[in-house]
Design a protein around this ligand. Structure first.
Ligand SMILES: O=C(O)CCC(=O)C(=O)O
Length: 310
C-alpha cells in the first residue's frame, strides 16, 4: 500500500481504496516551502519550549473559523478533556490554515504537478477540480488526537457513488515525516470495516501523498512522541461538474495579494483546477482576456489570446 511507482499507486487507490505514494514531491521542494510554514504555525521547538506566544499563535492561527476559538467565541468548548479513547474532540481540529497561504511556495505546492498528474491518472480524467486546500498542523499534547474509525461523509451533500468515474480523491501531502509516534493515519482497505479488521499505518516520508477514497475507513491517532508534531496539506480533487462535492471555496480570497501572485503564475490548466474557463471557452472575449492581464499582473495570456481565434 506504499509505493513510489505511480501505476501501482493508481491501481492500489482504485482497488484497495487508498495508497501512499512515496516521494511524490521531491524532498527539496517540500523543505523549501516548509521554511515558510513558520509564518503560519509556531515552530515545533518553540511550541514545545512552552513559549506562551508560540502556544497562543497555534491556538489563534486557525483560519477555518469553525475551529477559531477567539473569533467563534467557543473557547470553552475547545478546552476538551484529555480523556482516554477514540473520540472526535474539537481541539483535534485546531491548526487548520486555509489556502491561499502567505507563502508563494506553499501556494505552488498546493497544486504541485506531480500530485495533480497522479490524481488525473487515478481518476481517469483530465478535467478535475481542487476542492479541499488547507494545511493541518498537530503537536503532541494539544489534545488526545485519537479518533474512532469513520468514512468521510462531509465532502458531499448526497450519498457517495463509489464506482470508477465517480470517485473523488481525498488526500494528505506530508510536509513533515509522518511516522509512528507522530500520528500516521490508520486505514483499512476496501472490504474491511471496523471492528475486527487489522488497520494499516499510512506512514510516509515528507513529500509522500496519502490518497484515499470516501468509502475507506480510517482514523487519526494520538501523537505520543515527546516534542512531536505533524504537518500535512489537505489536497482533494473531484471531477469537473460534480457540484455536489465540495469543502473549501476560493472565490472569497480571489482579489487579494497571495492569491493574485499565485494566479499570475498559473497556466490555464492550473487555473482550471479552480474552475476558471480554459482558453477557447465561449466565456472569453478580447476585453476579458485584457482584464485578466490587468487583474493578475504578469500572467501569460498567450493561450487565452490564441483561444480567441479558435
Ligand atoms: O489526521 C488524521 O490522521 C486523520 C483525520 C481524519 O480522518 C478526520 O479528521 O476526519
Amino acid at each position: 500500500m506504499v509505493t513510489t511507482d505511480i501505476s501501482t499507486a493508481v491501481e492500489q487507490w482504485r482497488t484497495q481504496g487508498w495508497t501512499v505514494v512515496h516521494d511524490l514531491v521531491p524532498t527539496e521542494e517540500i523543505d523549501a516551502a516548509v521554511e515558510e510554514l513558520w509564518g503560519h504555525f509556531p515552530h515545533p521547538v518553540d511550541y514545545h519550549s512552552g513559549n506562551p506566544a508560540a502556544q497562543a499563535q497555534f491556538e489563534g492561527e486557525s483560519t477555518d473559523l469553525r475551529y477559531q476559538p477567539t473569533k467563534q467565541g467557543n473557547a470553552h468548548q475547545l478546552k476538551d478533556i484529555q480523556n482516554e479513547g477514540a473520540e472526535f474532540r474539537l481541539r483535534q481540529f485546531l491548526g487548520h490554515v486555509l489556502f491561499p497561504y502567505d507563502s508563494y511556495l506553499l501556494n505552488r505546492l498546493q497544486i504541485h504537478p506531480n500530485v495533480v498528474d497522479f490524481a488525473k491518472k487515478a481518476m481517469g480524467d483530465e478535467d478535475i477540480r481542487l476542492y479541499q486546500a488547507r494545511i493541518w498542523g498537530k503537536y503532541t499534547g494539544v489534545t488526545n488526537y485519537e479518533q474512532p474509525f469513520h468514512q468521510d461523509r462531509n465532502h458531499t451533500i448526497v450519498p457517495d457513488r463509489v464506482e470508477p468515474g465517480w470517485w473523488n480523491m481525498l488526500g494528505f501531502l506530508y510536509l513533515s515525516d509522518v511516522e509512528e509516534g507522530v500520528g500516521p493515519t490508520q486505514i483499512l482497505s476496501i472490504g474491511d470495516s471496523p471492528p475486527g479488521a487489522n488497520p494499516q499505518s499510512a506512514a510516509g516520508r515528507r513529500g509522500s501523498y496519502l490518497a484515499y477514497r470516501t468509502d475507506v475507513w480510517h482514523r487519526g491517532v494520538d501523537l505520543t512522541r515527546e516534542g512531536g508534531s505533524r504537518f500535512l496539506m489537505n489536497i482533494a480533487f473531484k471531477h469537473a461538474h460534480h457540484e455536489w462535492i465540495g469543502f473549501d471555496s476560493f472565490q472569497q480570497n480571489a482579489n487579494r495579494g497571495p492569491w493574485s501572485k499565485f494566479a499570475a503564475s498559473c497556466s490555464p490548466d492550473e487555473l482550471a483546477l479552480f474552475g476558471a474557463p480554459r482558453p477557447g471557452h465561449p466565456f472569453w472575449t478580447p476585453e476579458l482576456v485584457e482584464a485578466l492581464k490587468e487583474r493578475y499582473q504578469g500572467i501569460d495570456i498567450t493561450p487565452w489570446l490564441e483561444g480567441l481565434d479558435q
